[in-house]
Ligand binder design. Structure first.
Ligand SMILES: *Cc1c(COP(=O)(O)O)cnc(C)c1O
Length: 411
């Protein structure tokens, strides 16, 4: 490849031919014509499949791989993943419908998340999917709904561990949390479930998200397995399901390196005999969202204006935080960092300049790149935001300022 060097490792996943980035084997300019309008998200099915293969190559074969739909619920993408992974994890009635529509067997679908409504619990019991109860109320509701429907609920207890995934981008376990049942309350909830005639299949322990440190993940998984096996001792019946979370991160910002899966796989392999001895019927699984899809997606917006304000160049695009909140910095996070950004139809241009890429919203927070060195761009050029396959469109305030939504394509 000649010309400007890649701004980020993510860029190397997508080939460049004749100055133009290719996504799904298609030149970006042609893809933009095919989609018909900008902005759009494009997800590369080959990169998703490669990532699944990469995870499977490093994890023991005995550990199932699940996809967490909330990372990206686009139906075509979920359908693609349904053929690659062992299970789908959903967090709402809406996601449950997307998962069931793929044809994935209900016993390979699990439903976690706080505040499940009775209607959602009823849907889940009727469908026969695993329900990860997060509270005493959910356990009691499940017993009642199971009786009403004459169907035994597939119950798993989501446990709020007494530790957290160190250095993770988002802490989802440890301390006081709205997620799961506190580990120390588990014996009482197991007794409650047994008293209500409910069979508890096992446990789900998720300690955090977006970690780039293999040692931290290894440590959290060791603690998770130790806790799960303590809980198994307290369980009245055999443990058949053990979801030990995930938390694998992807590099977003300069200086971040890809997560090394080798030590994680090796540690899990070592732990397997202990699990087998203490819980011989337990099916181990991990759940990953962004790691499977995050690097496979780009967000593409078109430059609609180019202006200079007191010496600073602004590229104004038709896309922004209403479609891609995370790249803008989440409504003003403390220290905003640039996502990897490129000019997709001028990938090799040597004539660069410092520019700010902004969107059309009336707020200074609508910023896709802050004073970044990019090839000199004109109106009509295509701005590409990498690392956009997870927590993009569905995690953005699409209604803010009433601009059109973004298209999504799987290529
Ligand atoms: C969101 C979520 C995940 C997925 O997290 P990623 O960082 O996208 O891998 C996994 N498990 C649970 C319980 C979640 O809520």
């Amino acid at each position: 490849m000649s010309g400007a060097k890649p701004v980020h490792a993510a860029q190397t996943l997508f080939p460049v031919v004749d100055d133009c980035l290719h996504v799904g084997g298609i030149p970006l300019t042609r893809l933009a014509e095919r989609v018909g309008r900008t902005p759009f998200y494009a997800y590369d099915r080959r990169l998703v499949a490669e990532r699944v293969r990469h995870v499977r190559a490093h994890l023991p074969a005995a550990v199932e791989l699940h996809y967490s739909i909330k990372a990206n619920p686009m139906p075509a993408l979920v359908q693609h993943l349904a053929g690659l992974v062992d299970g789908l994890d959903v967090a709402s009635g809406g996601e449950l419908k997307v998962a069931l529509d793929t044809g994935m067997a209900p016993d390979c679908i699990s439903f976690a998340g706080p505040g499940k409504s009775d209607a959602e619990l009823r849907q889940a019991v009727a469908a026969g999917v695993a329900i990860h109860a997060e509270s005493e109320r959910e356990i009691r509701s499940l017993a009642r709904i199971g009786e009403e429907l004459g169907i035994a609920p597939q119950l798993v207890l989501r446990i709020n561990p007494d530790f957290e995934l160190k250095g993770s981008g988002m802490r989802m376990g440890g301390g006081a949390k709205q997620f799961g049942i506190d580990a120390e309350e588990a014996p009482r909830m197991l007794a409650l479930a047994a008293g209500l005639g409910l069979d508890v299949l096992g446990f789900h322990i998720f300690s955090g998200s977006q970690s780039l440190k293999a040692e931290a993940i290894v440590e959290a998984q060791a603690q998770t397995i130790a806790l799960a096996l303590r809980l198994a001792e307290a369980a009245p019946g055999p443990v058949r399901t053990l979801n030990i979370g995930g938390g694998f991160g992807i590099p977003y910002f300069p200086g971040e390196a890809r997560l090394d899966l080798a030590p994680i796989g090796a540690a899990l392999e070592q732990a397997l005999p202990r699990v087998k001895a203490a819980a011989p019927q337990a099916q181990l699984s991990i759940e990953l969202g962004r790691y499977l899809v995050g690097e496979a997606g780009v967000y593409v917006a078109r430059v609609v204006d180019r202006k200079v304000s007191r010496g600073q160049v602004f590229l104004v695009t038709d896309g922004g935080l209403h479609h891609h909140l995370a790249a803008s910095g989440n409504f003003g996070q403390v220290i905003r960092k640039n996502y990897p950004v490129a000019i997709g139809n001028r990938m090799s241009a040597l004539d660069t300049e410092a520019v700010s890429v902004v969107g059309p919203l009336c707020t200074p927070l609508d910023l896709l790149a802050d004073r970044m060195e990019l090839p000199r761009a004109e109106v009509g050029d295509l701005v590409v935001v990498f690392q956009s396959g997870a927590y993009g469109l569905s995690a953005s305030p699409g209604g803010f300022l009433s601009h059109p939504g973004a298209q999504e394509v799987l290529v």
